[in-house]
Design a binder for this molecule. Sequence first.
Ligand SMILES: [Zn+2]
Ligand SMILES: [Zn+2]
Length: 144
Amino acid sequence: MAAAVETDGPALNIGYSCNCGAVHISVSGEPIIKAICHCSDCQAWWQRDCLEFEAYPEAVLVIDRGQDKVQPFVIRNPHLSRCWCKDCGTRVFSHGTAAKTVIVPAIPGHVFEPTLHLFWQDATDSSKRRFEHDDLPKLTEPPL
Ligand SMILES: [Zn+2]
Ligand SMILES: [Zn+2]
């Protein structure tokens, strides 16, 4: 696997809001994992074929605004608390309560270089067509 491009710049800092703007979060530093998850939970929760995401240590999560609007809940995976904005319903982030990670979707316009696929067995037909010939490992279990 090609090594990630190293930069000498300041630590990456990613911030974004929910659709209504009530909640704003940011994360900083290097992600632990950059991956594409195909699990049925992600498909249902994020309402897309698959989720391009980055996972960070939970300690780097900052809820800059709207902490009281962040509503966590758990579906199926008891170790994943999915957090959305109470006002607009935007999925803001997920909290891996066992692995102590915060999972954020890849930000549009931000360079995203995934290193693996997760839950490949759940991939939709269109995802299979899109990704089956890439060089990334296709795992059926989470790495954390
Ligand atoms: Zn909102
Ligand atoms: Zn998933």
